[in-house]
Ligand binder design. Sequence first.
Ligand code: ADP
Ligand code: NI
Length: 217
Amino acid sequence: MNQDSVLLPTIEFIRKTMAGAEGGHDWWHIFRVWKMALRIAESEDADLLVVQLGALLHDIADVKFNNGDEKIGPRMAGEFLDSIGVSVETRDHVRKIIENISYKGGKEVQSFRSAELDIVQDADRLDALGAIGIARTFNYGGHRNREIYNPGIKPDLNMDKEAYYKSSAPTLNHFYEKLLLLKDRMNTETGRRMAQRRHDFMLSYLDEFYREWEGQE
Ligand code: ADP
Ligand code: NI
């Protein structure tokens, strides 16, 4: 099967389905994750069609934006992949990637692993870090009408999945509840290396944030 005959309709499907999405989870997030997944895959042994379809479809119906329903995304992706005639193996692997990629507060046990999932998960996590990660985080906080920072509300590192999705804490807490924990959870060598640089950038950003908060020069 020609890869373009699968990828082009997939891209069209995603752009249509995600039109109007929150700026941190829109087509451009998907585009960056897709490119990054291909880049990481250069140093890994993986099925590039599964990697690309996993990256392209991973946020097709995000749990956060669908009242906590974890089944919609994999189901929509599966139905779409059937409609364009990919193999059952590829379809099922992509579904598993979508089911298992999310951080969900970091307390859930991941029930499936593969080289392809490792790659797409690293690509998605890298987009949560660094300058782009900071932009996405504040955009999401704004979208949910959250405070930027509140020194009286401390980060909560023990939230289960439900509490994590329901949280209305200030956006700065998200750095401690998720973003700064990601660099130690990367799957691939390339992912780990790139995460470190983005991690360090977020630490300098936070440093500067608190300096300004305290009114220092
Ligand atoms: P996961 O499902 O793996 O946690 P998400 O899709 O929830 O990934 O998160 C993607 C990005 O959305 C985060 O990296 C962050 O930028 C933003 N985001 C998600 N939850 C929050 C939150 N509670 N506060 C601020 N930003 C958030
Ligand atoms: Ni994503």
